[in-house]
Design a binder for this molecule. Structure first.
Ligand code: TMP
Length: 210
């Protein structure tokens, strides 16, 4: 089966919720069914955006001011949007992104107290207000998330979240889900099992073949 339709899926969640794992499963399951699908991530997802990602997570440098972090995230998004998201839209493929604008809301606005008006204006400007067709929010209990993070080789500065901040960020995503359940789905990924993989695939399949 080969369907030609741009369908933008975003996975959101705090670190250690198993997004990458579920993204890979979904990507492989869609490929098996011959859908044209591409996976990407933020910050990053294009050559130039990945360069900005390196600057953001560079362990050698001094810690950036939170406003600088915010603008670096946006700069990366602009490059990603122009070089990856828009071409995917043009090619009418399924695009799965590990994070997008809601991460800026959760981490910079809720976590770092960046003014949400500034956030909304900038994000709308960069993305021409292009919203995902489906946002999958993964939530996990803190213990499962931190044991996943302990296994990671390449830890970035955001991987050392305190429990309080972890829950604050997770709750920001849950709040977004609650405010718009037609575009968002919420799954508990504390146990990242085959059952969850199946549930996500079934949901996506239903939406893309509608
Ligand atoms: P990840 O690739 O493991 O998801 O890590 C990306 C980190 O970047 C994660 O801690 C969340 C953070 N981030 C922001 O703070 N703001 C953003 O807008 C995005 C896209 C990511």
């Amino acid at each position: 089966m080969s369907k030609k339709k741009f369908f933008f899926i975003v996975f959101e969640g705090a670190e250690g919720t198993g997004k990458s794992f579920q993204i890979n499963k979904l990507y492989n399951n869609l490929k098996k069914k011959k859908f044209k699908v591409f996976k990407t991530r933020e910050p990053g997802g294009s050559k130039s955006a990945e360069q900005i990602r390196k600057i953001i997570f560079d362990k050698r440098g001094e810690k950036f001011h939170k406003l600088t972090d915010f603008y670096l995230m946006l700069a990366a998004r602009n490059e990603h949007f122009i070089n990856t998201i828009l071409p995917a839209k043009k090619k009418k493929i399924i695009l799965i992104s590990d994070r997008y604008v809601d991460s800026t809301y959760a981490y910079q606005v809720k976590g770092n107290k960046i003014d949400n008006k500034i956030n909304l204006i900038n994000n709308r400007y960069i993305t021409s207000n292009l919203k995902p067709d489906l946002t999958i929010v993964l939530k996990s209990n803190y213990n499962s998330a931190s044991s996943r993070l302990k296994k990671r080789k390449n830890k970035n500065k955001f991987d050392r979240l305190s429990k309080g901040l972890y829950l604050k960020i997770q709750n920001s995503f849950i709040k977004l889900y609650k405010s718009n359940q037609s575009r968002y789905s919420l799954f508990d990924s504390s146990k990242n099992n085959a059952n969850l993989e199946k549930k996500i695939y079934n949901l996506v399949y239903k939406k893309i073949t509608k």
